[in-house]
Ligand binder design. Structure first.
Ligand SMILES: *[C@@H]1O[C@H](CO)[C@@H](O)[C@H](O)[C@H]1NC(C)=O
Ligand SMILES: *[C@@H]1O[C@H](CO)[C@@H](O)[C@H](O)[C@H]1NC(C)=O
Ligand SMILES: *[C@@H]1O[C@H](CO)[C@@H](O)[C@H](O)[C@H]1NC(C)=O
Length: 389
């Protein structure tokens, strides 16, 4: 009898282990976790373009600015006041839990087209979200917007769960603090791609999109809005943006080495000068293959002619020319004033300042440092001002 009990119990234990072995992790090679990529940037810094570079990849579920919904729900708040709500929304979306949008969208049945700029996501234009475009092909927003805008909202979640990479683009973080918990969250595998751009080019581009950016700019300026003269608004906004980009960069340097490896800095100018090489670096960092059709496409869109028609479209254009446009279209007085408020950030990121109108318009003078900030070693000695070598 005892022997029988013993045998039965052994069998039960064996069955239990077998079950564990079959169905859960400790005894099995770990399933590759989805990779979560946050493209962290600011307005008019080429982040739609970088978002497209990720979004067109057949392994990527991409959303552009999901936290737009948070900001548009609380337009009287401040960027800092909304940081945590933005952070928590990102975490849910990374985990493909789209119920988080209930807080920011009208109740009742909704379509995937309720999402801000949904058609920028190839994943929402191909199966399982929409059957009109194959997963492995470049999709065009204009076509997708017409053909896939009736799809129900629950397909967003279904689509998200079918990808190995979830990539979100956000311009609504002004320091790294709200993101610390996500960096160490065991349910996430977060990688940050920090995209920066020459503040003078950003400034010029913002001048052309002032109306589109109005609500956002007011949230950025927050309480100070009422104390500022109207003509100072663009400089004050840029000051906040420049400082926040620098704060993010510096905060990373003080993190443990293991966490620093979850951060990748890219300058928009480096990207447009060597689109294939830089895209390849970026893909490699997050574990994506640079497939031949994508190489072809990247080549096409960066060599195309024209300056791009609408503020939020990434059309074929001469990207290099666009990145230099401020040099002949922005008056030196503005450049000079901007360099005062953004000088520190420019020095650290390798954007050389101009000291005269002549220097500004002399295009044989390269204003991009030959070194890349990512190649520099950050040294911070106790009690001393941080320096870069
Ligand atoms: C790139 O451009 C060429 C020539 O216009 C075109 O034939 C090709 O289909 C394009 N490829 C992609 C992936 O857009
Ligand atoms: C860049 O754009 C400017 C202004 O549109 C134009 O005058 C110039 O010829 C362009 N340069 C190149 C190399 O395309
Ligand atoms: C433009 O810059 C180049 C490189 O520094 C310099 O050699 C050249 O003299 C400059 N031209 C003018 C007109 O200032």
């Amino acid at each position: 009898m005892r022997l029988l009990l013993f045998l039965v119990s052994q069998m039960a234990i064996f069955a239990l282990f077998f079950h564990l072995y079959e169905h859960s992790s400790p005894f099995r090679k770990e399933e590759p976790k989805p990779v979560h990529v946050l493209v962290l940037s600011s307005w008019r810094s080429g982040s739609s373009f970088v978002g497209q570079l990720f979004g067109q990849h057949p392994d990527v579920f991409y959303l552009m600015e999901p936290a737009w919904h948070v900001w548009m729900t609380f337009t009287e708040s401040t960027a800092w006041g909304l940081h945590m709500a933005v952070r928590d929304l990102l975490r849910s979306v990374f985990l493909c839990d789209m119920s988080v949008f209930d807080a920011y969208m009208k109740p009742g049945p909704r379509k995937q087209s309720s999402l801000f700029q949904w058609e920028q996501s190839r994943a929402l234009c191909s199966p399982p979200a929409c059957d009109f475009f194959p997963r492995g092909e470049i999709t065009f927003q204009a076509h997708c917007k017409i053909l896939c805008n009736k799809q129900p909202f629950n397909l967003v979640e279904k689509a998200c769960r079918s990808y190995s990479h979830v990539v979100l683009k956000e311009v609504r973080f002004f320091n790294l603090r709200p993101l610390y918990p996500l960096l160490i969250d065991p349910s996430l595998n977060l990688h940050i791609v920090h995209l920066v751009r020459d503040p003078r080019a950003v400034f010029r581009s913002r001048e052309h999109t002032t109306a589109e950016l109005m609500i956002d700019s007011h949230i950025v300026m927050g309480q100070n809005l009422k104390n500022l003269k109207k003509e100072d608004h663009p400089y004050y906004t840029m000051q906040i943006i420049c400082k926040s980009q620098l704060d993010i960069y510096r905060a990373i340097q003080s993190l443990p080495k293991a966490l620093q490896q979850r951060y990748f800095l890219i300058r928009y100018e480096d990207l447009v000068r060597a689109p294939l090489a830089e895209t390849s670096r970026m893909y490699e960092y997050v574990g994506l293959k640079f497939l031949p059709h994508l190489q072809n496409w990247v080549h096409n869109i960066t060599q195309g002619k024209g300056m791009g028609e609408h503020a939020f479209h990434t059309n074929a254009r001469n990207a290099l020319n666009v990145s230099q446009a401020w040099r002949w279209s922005l008056p030196y007085e503005k450049v000079s004033r901007l360099q005062e408020v953004c000088g520190d950030t420019m020095d650290v990121l390798g954007y050389l300042q101009v000291r005269s109108k002549q220097e500004q318009s002399n295009l044989s003078l390269d204003l991009l440092s030959t070194w890349k900030p990512s190649e520099r070693v950050y040294q911070s000695e106790e009690g001393s001002v941080p320096t870069w070598s």
